[in-house]
Design a protein around this ligand. Sequence first.
Ligand code: PGA
Length: 249
Amino acid sequence: MRTPYVAGNWKMNLDRRAARDLAVAVREHAVSGVDVGLFPAMVHLDEVTRATAGSHVKVGGQNCSDEQEGAFTGEVSARMLKDIGATVALIGHSERRHVYGESDEFIARKVRKALEDGLEVMLCVGETIEERRDGRTEAVCKAQLISGLEGIDAAALARVSVAYEPVWAIGTGETASPEQAGAVHSYLRGVLSGAFGEDHAAAMRILYGGSVKPTNAAELMAVPDIDGALVGGASLRPELFLPIIDAAS
Ligand code: PGA
């Protein structure tokens, strides 16, 4: 019942022409029954929304301000994202949490703002290797999830997807096994069920992210609670990203 969802997080990569060419390659590769998303750098959003206009590809910002407008140097608001044709905001990515020190509270404010202003949200959660070794994976992911969705009503929840991205698997080449990822995904769905009820939890998509490649995508996405993939490095190359989309169908 959940449509698989594969999204590419381009991070701080590509120039304008490369971003457009990659967006066109993804647009031309429509696979029925799979939702596809792209998160280019902010400066490439306009180019990428134009290149994918009218297609099945959703485009989103890699971040989004918790504020509406005003004296917030360097920030981009949800309304600005919408105005340029983006429909999604990626919020709480581990690089925002760990490199830029974004707190759970700050991330929750961004989620609320993005939803209030009509965007969809992809909320990222995930534990560090130390937290996993200490047996705190579930506690950390639950706290990030519950806090990130605080104050969200059930209707808005339909516009939220979750990405479980173990920090130790991001950009490292080390992937969670299907068993490791599946265990966290089903745990998180249980948490969602407790917070919002079984029907809403069953409808929500939980993507896996962390060194997803064509060679591991199919086995990860075959796990019943893994509804797709958030792809970093491999999303920069069509010969790697398009087969991951295929693996989701
Ligand atoms: P990766 O990044 O696929 O390069 O590990 C995933 C992400 O950061 O979303």
